[in-house]
Write a protein that binds this ligand. Structure first.
Ligand SMILES: Cc1cc2nc3c(=O)[nH]c(=O)nc-3n(C[C@H](O)[C@H](O)[C@H](O)COP(=O)(O)OP(=O)(O)OC[C@H]3O[C@@H](n4cnc5c(N)ncnc54)[C@H](O)[C@@H]3O)c2cc1C
Length: 473
């Protein structure tokens, strides 16, 4: 019987544990233990019920186009609970000089594909609009090294688009800074388009035409979630695991090899022996745990940096929100000098989240440039958000409830050179028997990517178990 330890009970570790449970049930001779140092499973996934509203503490949904999360939900029997975002209301605003300006139609991520709405939009200066027109003439750019997202976007559309679109959009997804994130790792599609077409607008138009020609059907909603929140996925996964295999409040301090396998050094209790280990924790935590095993691997893992995030949910009666425009919410460029990075109008994005007479605003703070806000008291955070939101949304009254969640070091930052670093990490991991990595630090930060990484890590380790059994027999 092979014993496998999974360290980290977030969505990556839970997906790995579920995969091992399936392998065990199918007859693979293994036993697994899932360790988490917290009080509960789920990591960043946590949903609360407050005054009839569903409040997401961390992620509220996942990208529909990445299939692994919805497939897992269907396999777990909660496929009927999947809900799509209310895309008929999908308008996003950018704050410019304290006012909300709608992102023009035809903008695909940050690339304009429709001339009239872009030309008429007050979001961009005339200088930027002329630059956007000229971008259509960019010649293909041959293969080159990595660069930052800001460098790529500035070359095509200028610094205003970096400030008003690239930076706020990436700060929403990665809690990151466009001037520090790798174009190849974060926007691989743009890099490929630039190599092939030169102009990103022309490339997007070609992609749009291809899609329209091949798929005349109604497009799927951009985001998918679960009726009772992302917690529903955590609960469904947890129910499938053997309860005795789950060990909460157990902090793993170090892992090391002793020739016969892996040993885990626990904060509480004796060291324990395992045949394989899946590290489903942040890369910098994995780097610290592996310090005594392989210093090169550990240094590479520690080189992946993280940003932190704070979410502040505010509940209102719907009539208090009468001044709110339609749409999913707004993003705040850095040049506005605010601490609030973004705000989602939750009841518009997912109408099931609040009863008809209530609405929820969810604000994001922190990110790569404002770690300090993590140390604010709840009172100061609430004051900051209300002071900043008030003039933008013409909100006079205080909310009927608020909830604040801090996520320290939760979002991996894919800096230039990320893909090469990950390739090196994975090459080394493949040489170390019985060790696997999973999580948001390697091939995607979103929930579907984390599920895939956990599932694949577990499949590799289960296969190794089978192979060693065959070799022994
Ligand atoms: C505020 C916020 C909003 C987000 N929004 C979205 C979204 O809308 N859509 C989307 O797709 N993604 C979103 N993400 C990203 C996504 O949620 C995360 O990338 C993903 O949940 C990470 O899961 P994980 O299991 O890899 O890590 P985590 O959830 O961080 O889990 C790691 C676990 O390991 C435990 N641990 C750490 N060290 C040890 C140790 N030494 N011993 C034992 N246990 C340990 C931790 O306690 C934790 O429970 C968001 C993230 C945040 C923070």
């Amino acid at each position: 019987m092979k014993r496998i330890a999974i360290i980290g009970g977030g969505i990556s570790g839970l997906s790995a544990a579920y995969q091992l449970e399936k392998a065990r049930a199918a007859g693979t001779n293994l036993q697994y233990t899932l360790f988490d140092n917290g009080q509960r499973l789920g990591g960043c996934l946590l949903s609360d019920r407050v005054e009839g509203c569903l409040v997401e503490a961390g992620p509220d949904s996942f990208l529909t186009e990445k299939p692994w999360a919805a497939s897992l939900c269907k396999e777990l029997g909660i496929g009927d609970q999947l809900i799509g975002s209310n895309d008929a209301e999908r308008k996003t605003y950018i704050v410019v000089n304290g006012r909300l300006i709608a992102m023009p139609d035809g903008l695909m991520f940050m690339v304009p594909t429709e001339i009239v709405p872009t030309a008429l939009s007050p979001l961009f200066s005339w200088g930027t609009k002329i630059r956007m027109m000229r971008e259509l003439l960019h010649p293909p750019r041959p293969m080159h090294g990595d660069e930052t997202v800001a460098q790529l976007v500035e070359r095509h559309f200028g610094s205003e688009v970096v400030d008003r679109l690239a930076d706020p959009l990436l700060s929403g997804v990665y809690g990151g800074d466009a001037a520090k994130l790798s174009a190849r790792a974060v926007l691989p599609r743009f890099v490929n388009m630039e190599e092939k077409y030169g102009s990103l607008s022309r490339a997007m138009l070609a992609a749009r035409k291809k899609m329209a020609d091949s798929k005349p059907t109604k497009p799927a909603p951009l985001f998918t979630s679960l009726r009772e929140g992302m917690q529903q996925l955590v609960d469904a996964l947890s129910e499938r695991l053997n309860p005795e295999a789950v060990r909460l409040r157990q902090h793993i301090r170090r892992i090391y090899t002793d020739g016969a396998g892996w040993r885990l050094s626990m904060e509480m209790g004796e060291d324990e022996q395992f045949d394989g280990v899946i590290l489903a924790v942040a890369a910098n935590v994995a780097g610290e745990l592996l310090d005594g095993v392989d210093s090169g691997l550990s240094a590479n893992l520690l080189g992946i940096t993280y940003s932190s995030s704070v979410t502040v949910a505010l509940g209102y009666y719907r009539d208090q929100l009468a001044s709110l425009p339609p749409g999913f919410g707004f993003l705040v460029p850095r040049s506005e000098g605010k601490r609030t990075l973004a705000c989602t109008f939750v009841h518009n994005k997912f109408p099931h989240r609040a009863p008809d007479n209530k609405g929820i605003l969810r604000c994001f703070l922190g990110g790569a440039r404002d770690e300090a806000v993590l140390n604010f008291s709840d009172e100061k955070l609430l004051d900051t958000v209300l002071r900043e939101l008030g003039p933008i949304l013409k909100l006079q009254q205080r909310p009927i409830f608020s909830r604040i969640y801090r996520w320290r070091g939760a979002m991996a930052q894919y800096e230039p050179g990320h893909l090469a670093r990950v390739a090196e990490i994975e090459k080394r991991i493949a040489e170390i028997a019985g060790l696997e990595l999973a999580g948001n630090a390697y091939h995607g930060i979103g929930i579907p990517d984390c599920i895939r990484s956990g599932t694949e890590a577990a499949s590799r380790i289960a296969k190794l178990t089978l192979t060693s059994e065959v070799a022994q027999s």
